[in-house]
Design a binder for this molecule. Structure first.
Ligand SMILES: Nc1ncnc2c1ncn2[C@@H]1O[C@H](COP(=O)(O)OP(=O)(O)OP(=O)(O)O)[C@@H](O)[C@H]1O
Ligand SMILES: [Mg+2]
Length: 270
């Protein structure tokens, strides 16, 4: 498909909901530091959006507030798929399809690669004791589906051969791939990624970028990714949001962003 045809294919029909995420006048502070400061932005559905900006701009804080990892401080509103989710706990956002990746922490490092993916996702019947006792076949079938999905994801991400390896023994780049695979087990509709390529060698970073592009195309998952490598942003992102001093300063295509004097100043000044 040509680039224009692809852009057209992604263009929503009239009346179709276009923004999967809307943040309105959101603020979040740590003591006296206003990390996110009256920030408003929109993330279009079924696209790859980059969140860029100088160090300390508030990108990670925004991701953490949107995912619910930092509880809302009652300033501003977050809409996901048209629902006001500002007060929702993380698990409820995750159940609705709003997922963020987490680094493979120590606890998870002591599990195998496959076990990392088999940690029960939402709505798994095995979690209910009654189901386990009275509907064992349902639970077994679900586990089988879950296992198949996990193995498929490991295959996609080139980690199949490593499935019985402890997660802590993976390289930095492989851990990043596993983090993404784990997030995908939860069937996200919006996936938040905070610097997924950080510390990853260029070859693997390219692979990861290609996975994101393929997933966006094949599954329609919306991606919001914080990324410092503007070359990668240019290559894979449809839409760019620039943050500076806790708020969204500019949005547009990478070409529009590059031509924006305010943005250039924000970077040089920061
Ligand atoms: N947990 C925290 N406690 C105190 N201050 C924090 C905390 N997290 C972030 N900050 C401060 O909030 C501001 C925004 O930080 P944040 O990490 O969100 O920026 P960022 O855009 O992700 O930066 P980077 O590109 O360096 O990752 C900074 O001034 C930072 O020092
Ligand atoms: Mg950050």
């Amino acid at each position: 498909m040509s680039q224009t045809a692809e852009a057209l294919a992604r263009t929503p029909r009239p009346g179709e909901q276009t923004d999967i995420l809307r943040v309105e006048h959101l603020s979040h502070s740590f003591g006296g530091v206003n990390a996110v400061d009256d920030c408003s932005l929109q993330v279009p559905a079924n696209q790859i959006t980059a969140l860029i900006g100088p160090n300390g701009a508030g990108k990670s804080t925004l991701i953490n507030v949107v995912s619910g990892f930092y509880p809302a401080q009652k300033r501003g509103t977050i809409f996901f798929n048209g629902h006001n989710i500002t007060g929702w706990p993380t698990y409820r956002r995750a159940n609705a399809g709003l997922i963020r990746t987490f680094q493979i922490s120590r606890g998870y490092g002591g599990m195998t690669v496959l076990e990392n993916l088999m940690v029960p996702p939402k709505k798994q019947s095995g979690e209910s004791l009654l189901n386990a006792i009275f509907r064992p076949r349902l639970v077994a079938a679900e586990e089988a589906r879950h296992l198949e999905k996990a193995l498929q994801l490991l295959d996609t991400f080139g980690l199949y051969e490593k499935r019985d390896e402890y997660a802590r023994n993976l390289s930095g780049g492989q851990k990043r791939l596993l983090e993404m695979a784990r997030a995908l087990m939860a069937d996200p509709t919006l996936l938040l990624l905070d610097e997924p390529m950080a510390g990853v060698n260029p070859a693997l970073a390219d692979q990861l970028a290609q996975h994101i592009v393929n997933l966006a195309k094949q599954t329609g998952i919306t991606f919001l990714l914080v990324e410092h490598n503007l070359g990668i942003v240019d290559q894979i992102c449809d839409h760019v949001i620039v943050m500076a001093n806790g708020r969204a300063l500019a949005t547009g295509t990478m070409a529009e962003i590059r031509a924006n004097q305010q943005v250039v100043e924000a970077y040089l000044g920061g």
